[in-house]
Ligand binder design. Structure first.
Ligand code: URA
Length: 446
């Protein structure tokens, strides 16, 4: 077999056999096939796509490149949630302790931000001392002791994906449905979970810009999960404007702390409770879990939402968050006094250029502006400024007067300030007509 022939076959749009995919993936992981040949192969996949069979084979090969975490000793249900990546999407940080407080074990392997998108690991690392690189035994200990842990991909979890993802990042081959689906699902299936809820983002701030593409990605991942015997549900959610009112690591952690104390924006609340209710539904359907709240057995999605909201109101979720932060080496003092979290030295107000309704707040552009202020990275190896980011004082549908503050930019380095402001303003559309209300959850794929 020759790598060049396999690349040519994919370039011509033909289906690759299992043994050809295996030759490429194993060869790449062992260092026998060089980056340039895999880059060509990835580009051929991006243009020609993959069949369902090929995507499933690729997922299995990436999964089998590493080991699986054995959660059999953990009293389940073990349910995770994964998002395909967005702007201001801080839901995992609220959801993981919230679900643990509801009696679900949440073994979460999360990712870092890339380009205009943010990442849960970077956000958590804004908390002084917080360690996301726990060993598997430490991860399992935390799950057993407190029911929740959020870590990064270790060298043992789908190492083929780790290597491929870094290469895709620098070869413009991220936004391919089979490549995203196999990347996410290989990591999730390695976690040893009972079930999974996927948040597939659609819109300007997502990898999938249209609902049709998001649906295809969701169906592909749900198919892979279910065929591996893991109950998988996907929610397609709006990523046309950032979620909540903050973008940037430390700012987002502060917003999560306030949400866990019961003060949160409608869209963040809606998204978190919807995903959480589905996680409970998956637990109920897979292992017969019963969510008991205030002495009552809850029985459907609506009741699960109410139950989860009451765990925010009675402080149960906040308490679990403090336990999670402490167990991962973070300073719990910062949770009680968020002013101790990293804060930028400089800030600049962005004002509305006209009076009218905010018709659009382009999540992609706002994410890019935040990245330029220092909150994100262009390359996986770039370092980030935890304190940089944006607070949105207005969102889509709000009325603003000319000159009124729309957002505040936070930064320590002025180098990209002008460009960031320009990009931000280019993403805000103001007009006389109030826009139609956009739903947060657009579709559910089971
Ligand atoms: N998240 C991943 O883990 N992989 C992708 O390809 C895209 C988002």
């Amino acid at each position: 077999m020759r790598a060049c022939d396999i690349i040519k076959k994919k370039r011509e749009g033909l289906e690759l056999a299992d043994k050809e995919l295996s030759y490429m993936i194993r060869g790449y992981v062992s260092g026998q096939i060089p980056d340039y040949q895999i880059s060509a192969m990835l580009m051929a996949v991006l243009f020609k796509g993959m069949t369902g069979e090929e995507t499933l084979s690729l997922t299995k090969l990436m999964l089998d490149s590493g080991s699986r975490i054995d959660l059999s000793g953990i009293p389940g249900p073990n349910i995770d949630k994964h998002s395909t990546g967005g702007v201001g999407d801080k839901t995992s940080i609220i959801l993981a302790p919230l679900l643990a407080a509801a009696g679900i074990t949440v073994p979460m392997v999360a990712g870092r931000g890339l380009g205009h998108t943010g990442g849960t690991l970077d956000k958590l690392e804004a908390i002084p001392g917080f360690r996301t690189s726990l060993s598997v035994p430490e991860f399992i200990k935390n799950l057993r002791d407190i029911g929740v842990s959020i870590i990064g991909q270790t060298g043992e979890i789908a190492p083929a994906d780790k290597k491929l993802y870094a290469l895709r990042d620098v070869t413009a081959t991220i936004d391919s449905i089979p490549l995203i689906a196999s990347s996410i699902m290989s990591k999730k299936l390695a976690e040893g979970i009972d079930g999974l809820v996927l948040d597939v983002k659609a819109g300007s701030g997502a990898f999938m810009k249209t609902i049709e593409d998001a649906r295809k990605l969701a169906e592909t991942m749900v198919g892979i999960g279910n065929s591996a015997g893991k109950k998988t549900v996907a929610l397609i959610t709006d990523m046309d404007q950032p979620i909540g009112k903050t973008v940037g690591n430390s700012l987002e952690v502060k917003e999560c702390i306030s949400a866990l104390r019961g003060k949160w924006q409608d869209d963040l609340k809606e998204l978190t409770l919807s995903l959480g209710a589905w996680m409970i539904e998956v637990a109920a359907k897979t292992v017969g879990f019963t969510f008991r709240c205030e002495g009552r057995d809850l029985a459907n999605l609506e009741e699960y939402r109410t139950g989860l909201a009451s765990l925010i109101e009675n402080g149960g979720a906040f308490k679990k968050f403090v336990e999670m932060v402490s167990a991962q080496g973070g300073d719990p003092e910062t949770v009680f006094k968020p002013a101790l979290l990293p804060s930028a030295r400089l800030m600049k107000q962005v004002a509305a250029g006209a009076s009218g309704y905010i018709r659009r707040m382009d999540a992609g552009k706002i994410g890019m502006a935040s990245m330029l202020l220092g909150a994100g990275r262009e390359r996986i190896t770039d370092s980030i400024d935890y304190s940089a980011g944006i607070i949105l004082n207005r969102k889509t549908g709000d009325y603003v007067r000319s000159g009124e503050q729309v957002a505040m930019l936070y930064y320590n380095n002025e180098r990209n300030l002008e460009e960031a402001e320009e990009i931000f303003l280019g993403g805000v559309e103001i007009g006389p007509q109030k826009p139609e209300h956009r739903k947060v959850v657009l579709e559910v794929i089971q």
